[in-house]
Design a protein around this ligand. Structure first.
Ligand code: PEP
Ligand code: MN
Length: 370
């Protein structure tokens, strides 16, 4: 396999591997390669403004249910080859099995990524690692779908032990059962953990799968670059409305250009860069904690509603002073023991409790009318 990986076309990747200086490494291209025309039109649109881009397109698509578009398969590799020949952009695709990897190496694909549904499975990762032995190709490892950083680290270690030198991590967000504006919640604090545990591994942000919708992509890209990620991935399609996969989140090459024009690339030679970086990281942690607080409040309110239904059925009053006093006493004790001020706890809990009372009052009123 090594001989195949080192063919002439593959040598393109060497200078385009890790971003030089302040330019982010970009991986733009459609979610899936659908047909030759779509691939080449999209590549032309991207290449016009981002000639140094690495072109992505999924060839084998992991779909939750059978019957959906499962990718063009081996035929799509020819279209990617044409992108290389016509535009000189290195090309990347997702591999989930040793057979995919072998087909990619034969076709001269420059870089491969391992998808979120594969990173969750150490057996699959090990099979890929075994197939990568002796192969000199950059490998990007997406975070697992579930927020388990050790699975992500483990996948990186397995691929590294196979001898792969050029490895990067792709942050594509995590599945969550809580309400979120994101398709996959970013959980930036987990990526910061990965960065501090493995400072040698570059991180690329897949802003499209985190966002799930074009409007959020710019904010995610800006945040990733402010957190000093080395690169970004954005799914780009010449006509997203007819895309066969991830139609809702893809942008046109034109939209991509307008978005990227608004992105501020902060230089690492600024005098206060360390301070700035620290501040951005701390704020990212605060944002993640705020998300957790909000999620906890939502879950709390769901239980409050269930209790309300129960009280209504049993003809119990909404307000029960003894219960409220117990709650406040318990949290005052907990909070004070952890160094929080009693005034702060009291204020917060009064608000939380009054919200619970109004949730149950509304519920009673609604039920009384039925
Ligand atoms: C993709 O990049 O199109 C993809 C399937 O991503 P993920 O593995 O992150 O879901
Ligand atoms: Mn996709």
């Amino acid at each position: 396999m090594q001989a195949l990986a080192l063919n002439t076309l593959n040598s393109i990747k060497i200078d385009k591997w890790i971003p030089d200086g302040n330019k982010p490494f970009t991986i733009f291209g459609p979610c899936s390669a659908e047909n030759e025309e779509q691939v080449l039109l999209t590549a032309a649109g991207i290449h016009k403004n981002f000639p140094n881009n690495v072109f992505r397109a999924g060839i084998w698509k992991p779909r939750s249910r059978p019957g959906a578009f499962e990718g063009a398969g081996n035929e799509g590799l020819h279209w990617l080859k044409k992108v290389k020949e016509q535009f000189g952009m290195p090309v990347a695709t997702e591999v989930a099995t040793p057979e995919h990897l072998e087909a990619c190496l034969k076709a001269g694909i420059d870089m491969v990524w391992i998808g979120a549904r594969t990173t969750v499975n150490p057996f699959s990762i090990q099979e890929l690692a075994d197939a990568l032995k002796g192969v000199d190709i950059p490998v990007f490892i997406k975070n697992p779908i579930n927020p388990d950083i050790s699975l992500w680290l483990g996948a990186i270690e397995r691929i590294q032990r196979a001898g792969v030198k050029r490895i990067a991590a792709i942050h594509r967000g995590f599945q969550s059962f809580e309400n979120s504006v994101y398709r996959y919640t970013p959980r930036w604090e987990l990526v910061i953990d990965l960065k501090s545990l493995r400072p040698d591994i570059p991180i690329i942000c897949d802003a499209s799968h985190i966002s799930g919708t074009p409007e959020l992509i710019e904010g995610v890209v800006q945040k990733a670059l402010d957190l000093d990620f080395q690169g970004i991935m954005v799914e780009t399609h010449n006509n997203p409305s007819v895309a066969l996969s991830d139609a809702k989140q893809q942008v046109t090459p034109f939209e991509l250009k307008s978005m990227m024009d608004k992105i501020i690339i902060r230089k690492s030679d600024a005098v206060d860069i360390d301070f700035h970086q620290k501040l951005v990281e701390l704020r990212a942690s605060v944002d993640s904690i705020d998300d957790l607080i909000l999620q906890a409040l939502i879950s709390r309110n769901n239980f409050i509603e269930q209790i309300g239904n129960y009280k209504f059925e049993k003809n119990m009053t909404i307000l029960q002073m003894q219960r409220w006093e117990e709650i406040l006493k318990r949290q005052l004790e907990n909070g004070i023991a952890s160094g929080l001020s009693p005034e702060f706890i009291k204020k917060i809990y009064e608000l939380i409790h009054s919200e619970a009372i109004s949730i149950q009052t509304d519920l009673f009123q609604k039920k009384n009318k039925i």
